[in-house]
Design a protein around this ligand. Structure first.
Ligand code: FES
Length: 118
């Protein structure tokens, strides 16, 4: 599968405590993912819970708990650490969301297709 990349945000676009969904074309397969700005650091994950393979956001682009501390699956309420994707409460306890690698190229935040897809 060829590695594909895309610009998901510009520098300064995502305020701390906000998220943005995007779609990656990974070898002809569309992968839904999201990026979160957590305390100034950007992290991205495939938008699929580790309990049941469902999207995390019931309400479009709503991934964070009200206090902004955790990512939350809307289906059964599992909580995940934004920096690691690790589930710290809920049915998929101990499992982590599938990370999407990010890198900055100038002012562009680039997402890279994962080498393995769930
Ligand atoms: S589907 Fe996410 S916690 Fe059950």
């Amino acid at each position: 599968m060829p590695t594909r990349t895309m610009v998901v945000a510009k520098r300064g676009e995502l305020a701390v405590g906000t998220t943005k969904k995007f779609y990656l074309d990974c070898g002809g397969r569309e992968v839904e993912a999201f990026v979160v700005n957590h305390r100034g650091e950007h992290h991205a994950f495939i938008n699929q819970c580790r309990h049941v393979p469902m999207t995390m956001d019931w309400v479009e682009n709503q991934f964070l708990t009200e206090d902004g501390c955790y990512l939350q699956c809307a289906t059964h309420g599992a909580l995940f650490e934004p920096a690691t994707g690790l589930c710290i409460d809920g049915p998929p306890l101990g499992k982590a969301l599938h990370r999407v690698a990010l890198e900055w190229r100038g002012d562009d935040l680039i997402a890279l297709c994962p080498t393995e897809l769930p």
